[in-house]
Design a protein around this ligand. Sequence first.
Ligand code: M6R
Length: 594
Amino acid sequence: MCGIVGAVGINNPRDYAIEGLKMLEYRGYDSAGIGFLSDKINIFKDIGSPNHLDDILPSSFETELIIGHTRWATHGTPSKINSHPHLSCNRKIALVHNGVIDNANELRTFLLSQGYKFYSDTDTEVVVNLLEYFYLSSKDMHTSLTLLKDQLEGSYALAIINEDYPDSLFMLKKGSPLMIGKGKGFNLIASDASPMAKYTNEFIDLEDYDFGYISKKEIRIFDKNNNLVDRKPIVKDAESISHDLKGYPHYMLKEIEEIDEVVKRAISIYHEDNQYQFDSKLLKDLREADHVMFIGCGTSYHASLVGGRIFEICNNIPTTEYIASEWAFHPVIPGKKPFVILISQSGETADLIHCLKIIKEKNNVPTLLITNTPGSTLSRGVTYTVLLHAGVEVSVASTKAYAAQVALLALLSGALSKNEKMVVDLKDTIDVIDSIKNNLKQPIEQIAEEIKDHDNVFFLGRSFDYFLSLEASLKLKEISYIHSEAYPGGELKHGPIALISEGLPVIVFITDPTTASSMRSNIEEVKSRGAKVYVVATKSLSKKGDALIVDDYAHFLSGVAISSIAFYLAYFVSLKKGYNVDKPRNLAKSVTVE
Ligand code: M6R
């Protein structure tokens, strides 16, 4: 993971770097650092998030050339010495790195044999010294970068300063994202567009093996064959990449409260003028498939479970859903004429990138990526991309993107069978979402108060309610650090019921008429063993004593209609425990390592 920024010739380099790194914190926040060139290279870095940079950097300084980094530790513990930027042995080259160098050990051994010394445990220190090694003999950065590129295995986005080139910021990219922001009299670089959005709306997405440099007036990019290339900038509007909290105390709360708008937007984009608006070739390929395989990680995997079941029920298409990191080790694509749907909010998840590579090695399997991130690494490798249009999701805990993924999959299912009722059902969920926002926050907060000091929580449901339980459980453990389990109601008696003890909170979703009565029996089973049960039910299935009651909706749309209940609950618990809601420990938003 990790996020990087760099700038040449910008007026306020200190602000750009610090504010930019704060926007990239979703990529990791174990440590942060900045390097800039004055008469020599200066480095300031420490453990902790970029918020600390204000304290460790001089309050003002002049420079034309700056690089910065926010880290999610892979090689080496989070420590000052392992923080980026890293300096080469002669202290004349500094760089920041996002990615993982697979052959770092071999390269380190080689450099040790050449007299190099290493002070950190990172793969990045190997890269900077190898670059210095090539530069000392070639005295030319272009040649050195070409040689470096040939030696490095793994993934990297690098921003590099060399004291001998006070006007140029060098870059090199493979596997990890890197973008250039085209300015007037300055140029920028960053892991995504957000840090640069305040300064420009023109961005160039670098491709794998691209390398080159930016100066105040020039952008020079060379491709993998060492040819100078003219990559056209794309224009992005500031609103779509804005990280403005808009008065909310946390991104997570803001993003939960955007769910209704996100669903409305998805309907208006993909069912414009009363007609489904998906690529006709995509629909044709999907209709011709005899099996659809879904693949995702975390929340996106949970959305795929919902999507798969909807496809099976509404479209009669057999589906299989896989966790990406598992599938990669038994890469079988079911069906004679399969179609693969990859789901990823970020479009940068390394486990999925690995799967896509394997899928592409198998001939002629059409692939669709459902993502929130235009131009992402995954979108460059698939046959089709469908965008969520959910707006930037900053909080590490995914909320609005999950609701958007489920809504999108429902719309795609509707388009496949030309089912107009799907749109009506989806529109109905908007009132349910709004009434939760307007009327149920207080009772949800009360439940949060009651469960916050427990060590364990259970979520139960059947079918679609089980899928929602999985997501609710992930959200709670992710940001409140309470151990939680999600189980299908009927599976409890096959083992986990042994864990039910006096007072254990059990949260149950009952929104499906076909499973409601079995679920009620399961509730009796846990109640009789002392559990404290909180039922979330739709009006027509509710009973006296249920904790939260919502209006009826098409039950297979729980992930859209009532996922906000699960999200608010996790949010309030985390808040009450005093944790960092948006930046839970050990995590990063975009998981770019396997
Ligand atoms: O960007 P992706 O959708 O591929 O990310 C997948 C997971 O890392 C992500 O959903 C993760 O589980 C969330 N932090 C959960 O809230």
